[in-house]
Design a protein around this ligand. Structure first.
Ligand code: BG6
Length: 494
């Protein structure tokens, strides 16, 4: 079992305290942990940001965030009394020295035993600078634990990720670095491991003898919103595939770990990433296709094309959609394609995984050209959470004919409540020192190595964009990718 600490005292230094992520996700998540008694009384949060604020103003900011995005508000004043504010210039040593004075003071007041979490929820260009200053200016010099939580993107490609990692590792050991991939905090993504390794009916079939292909779709209805400056340099391949999609592939494909420890689980995921068949420049188009949305209609509302969005260049070559095929060259998966697709401004907000089993060797119920439906295991990641198993049974009545049926499990039906937000679980894991659901450097590096080939090939070739309408399920080339292999995308609301 994992060795985790229970509710240790801790100081959380939140860089980017006035940012969108902190407001929408982090404060409500901390509040939920507080409400559930998962935060020790001995905790304090220092909000660090540039905008000038005093403690009072900051506490009101946090309060407003919890009231806006949280649920069932109670004891809020007690919660916010643990919050402090430090206005800060990330490039100035003087700022870090002032911060250290406050850290020492709170350490004493709340008896925090020197435990510190540095959470970087800020512009990625400063990740390295902050990590270096934390060490140079004495903030990492502590008797307690020190952990660095770092948001994506972790670099822009392998080269920049290596540089960033070096700067971070001068101040923190690998086991002290918690690289966030919020998909790893999602209930049903965490459930992949349990569905696979706790069920005798699945694991023996989980290989190339019985599975024909696996499809992972993560579609969004939102466009680029106000993030064009970041997104136009990133595109869907860096924004979604390098991290979230590849992490789901790794969890679906990994071997059972010998133990459920952070080290063993991560090491199995790393093996999958090492087994991904590398793609050469000239064959990228056989494996990966891209799209960019044109104007269209979503839920009855007209929306503009990507190139018409604020801050997007009118001739942008950035992809807002990717579909691709991964092949995993090992004994278990040789010959089984893992298809992924993800995009913005699609028909529906949905993430799901469909495992398609091979047809049985002979259809005894064949009549008038009728075929049996393949067995499918659908893992609904969001918005529904649960699994559906598609089977064939006898049609009720005299004739011996088949009909498809589904067996459903939905977490909502069982728990009657929403499962905790991904961020809540990840923050709790970090407080307890459990890094399993964070990405190890080896995973980041291998993912970039794979993805770089694709983005380099695409950077050298102008695409014929836009090639899908907003509100659709992506460009035609995504369907053709599967058709070439004799498959098709199963509908997402399946
Ligand atoms: C983020 C991406 O990592 O994931 C966003 O930067 C994307 O562009 C988001 O919208 C999707 O997350 P979720 O949890 O809504 O599927």
């Amino acid at each position: 079992m994992k060795t985790v600490e229970n509710n240790p005292s801790s100081l959380i230094l939140l860089f980017g305290a006035t940012g969108d992520l902190a407001k929408r996700k982090l404060y409500p998540s901390l509040y939920n942990l507080f409400k559930k008694g998962h935060l020790s009384d001995r905790f304090a949060v220092i909000g660090v940001a540039r905008r000038l604020k005093d403690d009072e103003e900051f506490r009101n900011w946090v309060k407003d965030s919890v009231e806006t995005y949280g649920e069932e508000i109670d004891h809020l004043n007690e919660f916010i009394s643990h919050f402090y504010y430090q206005s800060h210039d990330v490039t100035e040593s003087e700022s870090y020295k002032q911060l250290k004075t406050l850290v020492d003071e709170l350490d004493h007041t709340y008896q925090l035993q020197g435990n510190r979490i540095f959470y970087l929820a800020m512009s990625p260009e400063f990740f390295g600078t902050v990590a270096e200053h934390l060490k140079e200016d004495g903030l990492t010099d502590t008797k307690g634990f020190k952990r660095l939580v770092i948001e994506k993107p972790f670099g822009h490609n392998l080269e920049s990720a290596i540089k960033l990692n070096k700067r971070i590792r001068n101040s923190f050991k690998e086991e002290e670095v918690y690289r966030i991939d919020h998909y790893l905090g999602k209930e049903m993504v965490q459930n992949i491991e349990v569905i696979r390794f706790a069920n005798a009916v699945f694991e023996p079939l989980w290989n190339n003898r019985y599975i024909s292909n696996i499809q992972i779709t993560s579609s969004e209805t939102l466009g680029v919103e106000e993030r064009a400056r970041y997104y136009d340099k990133s595109g869907a391949i860096r924004d979604m595939v390098q991290n979230h999609m590849l992490q789901m592939v790794a969890l679906l494909a990994m071997e059972p770990p010998i133990r459920l420890t952070t080290k063993e689980i991560r090491s199995e995921k790393v093996k999958v990433l090492r087994a991904l068949r590398p793609i050469e420049d000239h064959e990228v188009h056989n494996y990966f296709v891209r799209g960019q949305y044109g104007e269209g209609t979503i839920n009855g509302i007209s929306v503009p094309a990507y190139r018409e969005e604020p801050n997007v260049p009118h001739d942008s070559n950035t992809e807002t959609f990717v579909a691709g095929k991964f092949l995993i060259d090992n004994f278990r998966w040789a010959g089984v394609p893992f298809y992924i697709r993800t995009g913005k401004r699609m028909e529906k907000k949905s993430t799901n995984i469909i495992v398609q089993f091979k047809d049985i060797p002979m259809n005894l119920y064949y009549k008038n050209g009728s075929s049996l439906n393949p067995n499918l295991l659908v893992i609904h990641v969001q918005p529904e959470e649960g699994i559906t198993l598609h089977l064939n049974v006898k049609k009720t009545g005299e004739v011996m004919e088949t009909t498809p049926v589904t067996l459903n499990f939905s977490t909502k039906n069982i728990d009657g409540i929403n499962t905790p937000e991904a961020y809540e679980k990840l923050l709790f894991d970090c407080l307890r020192g459990d890094a399993t659901n964070f990405t190890h450097w080896d995973e980041v590096a291998l993912s970039w190595r794979f993805v770089d080939k694709i983005s380099e090939a695409w950077a050298n070739e102008k695409a014929d964009f836009p090639n899908y309408s907003a509100g659709s399920m992506g460009p035609k080339c995504a369907d053709e990718l599967l058709e070439r292999d004799g498959f098709f995308w199963w509908p997402v609301h399946f």
